[in-house]
Design a protein around this ligand. Structure first.
Ligand SMILES: NC(=O)C1=CN([C@@H]2O[C@H](COP(=O)(O)OP(=O)(O)OC[C@H]3O[C@@H](n4cnc5c(N)ncnc54)[C@H](OP(=O)(O)O)[C@@H]3O)[C@@H](O)[C@H]2O)C=CC1
Ligand SMILES: O=C1OC[C@@H](O)[C@H](O)[C@H]1O
Length: 388
């Protein structure tokens, strides 16, 4: 289902950004210049190109690919201004006119190229998962701090108003302490081609890495760092390479200020069809959080701009109410538009940070380290090696 979501988000972004493109001549004269490392990455249109097209303070000034022809194709497809095409990532990093580098490379290359980008004095918007493992995450965050450069892990979903609306309720105290949570993300069997980067151990593939959202959603809504322990973790190994988890299920124990919480996470990149035939298209990334007085359920927390709902069941009365937050009256959503995708919200925050304005939300370096430490701990408990 994740792939279907991704395709739908492409369409959503294409249609909305086409309607809201800010022509280059109407953009701010002080443009933030982005460079993309990996012009042909599937995620580029949704995560960076369309968001930039609709933002009046930024432009994509260069694309780099391993093969210059791919960079030239990306330049041609991108209609704003005159972007440069580079036939190597090094060349783009040497371009002094680039302020920010967006990195949509395979997971196993995140650390190397984010590190090189920081060395070249660039700010970095880095795709999830942050790095291959926690050791790399610690080094990368230290480098960004030392160089006083912005480094953000692209947990786009956290920037959407719906995430904030739910978190505000959970942390309000009105519903009592959190008791447990359960976060799911699945993709129907066979929908990710076997040649995909997600199946390659050397590129830091695996379900837990790709569907790192199940960990980040848990940590975000619990306001948690790392778990006290990984109680259990079981992977379903990829037949051709058992180091790669085609699925991972784990139970985490947190000791929060407010008390103990048990969290289940399920990530499955090859989810068996129902009765062997029916792909579980309805299984959008979701999280359930039970507190003393209510059970919350956030359906499609990852792409809420396409569709989502938050249900709240009162444990005493059994009554369930439903909410949607494309745009509400919160200070948060007043900063944007109901049509903004999660990636557009994320870009808004990134630009705020670049301009010295305080973004309403940020994924801190410590959070990215905690995220990778949690992932390492789950792999270790499951008896799998850490990603290289
Ligand atoms: N935020 C989100 O919603 C999403 C995030 N992602 C993340 O973005 C990253 C890229 O994912 P996705 O777009 O699906 O990946 P793709 O496989 O489509 O693209 C990765 C790009 O990396 C470059 N590359 C460099 N070295 C290699 C290599 N050894 N093997 C393959 N590609 C290489 C290629 O670009 P070139 O040849 O042009 O240099 C390639 O097109 C991943 O980290 C993934 O987790 C993915 C999907 C959604
Ligand atoms: O980040 C992602 O989001 C959507 C999924 O399709 C994809 O596998 C993953 O990389």
């Amino acid at each position: 289902m994740a792939m279907v979501l991704q395709m739908s988000t492409f369409l959503h972004q294409y249609l909305y950004s086409a309607a809201h493109i800010v022509p280059i001549e109407k953009k701010s004269p002080m443009l933030i210049r982005f460079g993309v490392l990996g012009s042909s990455a599937m995620i580029n249109p949704a995560a960076i190109i369309h968001p930039v097209e609709t933002h009046n303070e930024c432009v994509i000034a260069a694309f780099a690919s391993r093969d210059i022809k791919d960079a030239e194709k990306a330049v041609e497809a991108y209609g704003q201004g005159v972007a440069k095409a580079y036939g190597s990532y090094e060349q783009l990093l040497a371009d002094e006119s680039i302020d920010v580098v967006y990195i949509p490379l395979p997971n196993g290359l995140h650390y190397e190229w984010a590190s090189k980008a920081l060395d070249a004095g660039k700010h970095v918007l880095l795709e999830k998962p942050f790095t291959s493992n926690a050791e790399q995450a610690r080094k990368l965050v230290a480098k960004a701090e030392e160089k006083n450069l912005i480094l953000l892990e692209g947990f786009h979903w956290q920037f959407h108003p719906a995430a904030h609306a739910l978190k505000a309720k959970i942390t309000s105290g009105k519903y009592g302490k959190i008791l447990r949570s359960e976060s799911w993300m699945t993709t129907p069997a066979g929908s990710i081609p076997k040649s995909d980067i997600r199946w390659k151990f050397d590129l830091a593939g695996g379900a837990l890495m790709d569907m790192t959202y199940v960990v980040s959603s848990t940590r975000y809504f619990l306001s948690a760092g790392t778990p006290t322990s990984v109680v259990s973790a079981k992977s379903r190994p990829l037949k051709t390479d058992p180091r790669v988890d085609s699925a991972m299920e784990a139970e985490l124990a947190y000791n929060l200020d407010q008390g103990q919480v048990k969290s289940k996470i399920v990530a499955d990149m090859d989810r068996p069809n129902l009765a062997f035939v029916l792909p579980r298209m309805w299984e959008l990334p979701s999280i359930e959080i039970e507190t003393e007085r209510a059970v919350f359920y956030y359906y499609n927390f990852m792409m809420p701009h396409l569709y989502h709902y938050i249900s709240i069941t009162d444990k005493k009365t059994g009554k369930t109410t439903y909410e949607k937050h494309y745009q509400d009256n919160s200070a948060w959503s007043q900063q944007g538009e109901a049509w903004w995708s999660t990636y557009r919200w994320q870009l808004h925050a990134f630009v705020d940070k670049m301009r010295g304005r305080e973004p309403l939300h940020w994924v801190t370096g410590q959070s990215s380290i905690d995220q990778m430490e949690t992932i390492d701990a789950i792999y270790t408990k499951a008896g799998l090696p850490l990603r290289p």
